[in-house]
Design a protein around this ligand. Sequence first.
Ligand SMILES: C[S@@+](CC[C@H](N)C(=O)[O-])C[C@H]1O[C@@H](n2cnc3c(N)ncnc32)[C@H](O)[C@@H]1O
Length: 247
Amino acid sequence: MDYDATQKEVMYAEYAKSYDVDRRIAVGEPLLKERAQFLVSKLVNRSYVLDLGCGTGMVLEHICAKNPQGLTVGIDISAPMLEQAKAKLGASNRVLLVKHDISRGLPFLDNYFDYIVASNVFQEVPDQRALLSETIRILKVQGFFAAMMVCLENTTPANIAYSRIAEGYCWYFKIFSNMKQMVYESGLKIIVEEQRFAKNPMASLVEKENKMQFSGFNTIMKRIAQEGARPEQVSQGHYKFIAQKAR
Ligand SMILES: C[S@@+](CC[C@H](N)C(=O)[O-])C[C@H]1O[C@@H](n2cnc3c(N)ncnc32)[C@H](O)[C@@H]1O
């Protein structure tokens, strides 16, 4: 199915109602904190920072804490997600929240930001190479790009089924090796990187314990099972790195 920005907005308007609670159930507070701290680990105060797909501001909070005298920009397609970020961060003339579809390019000047964060967002757009090249365009030389890219470990039948079915919901999960290759081919200089995979935590959470409120993942897991693949064998994880724009 083709990318549909309206479908995204409808889906995230629903997910926004329970996003923070569901993330705490799915990932756990300590791990969410650890990931956010990793993403801001090279950030220094007085920087121009952009958070791509900032959502409810879970990472923005950490960015603002380290960058109180800089400028922090959050960009996201979903107004309800941004509203939550605004409530979390409070009024500040040092934080700017922008509603924009990042699959249509990034509305900023070349070499503008010192630091760009992308947490759990690259899978949201169909052309991830184009998003990466836009990200590099607006990053200053020697600036940092810190990312956590959700991806699939390998090409097992369950993973292939998951990736294909998720595309119907406009989620584009790449295989880890392809994701890494894309990043390496971009010319970014990798400073630190790590990948981690687990047999699908969503499947166990959604199907066995039924705790999460957002039903999108539940629907995908059910469809994987209907197609004869095994949802519990989906091996999803992330590729996490901090890189620098070398030239
Ligand atoms: C999985 S959430 C991650 C939110 C946040 N970065 C975090 O780590 O908690 C993905 C976010 O990307 C946003 N998003 C999805 N597609 C987008 C697009 N095309 N342009 C801008 N934002 C998008 C969603 O609204 C959502 O807030």
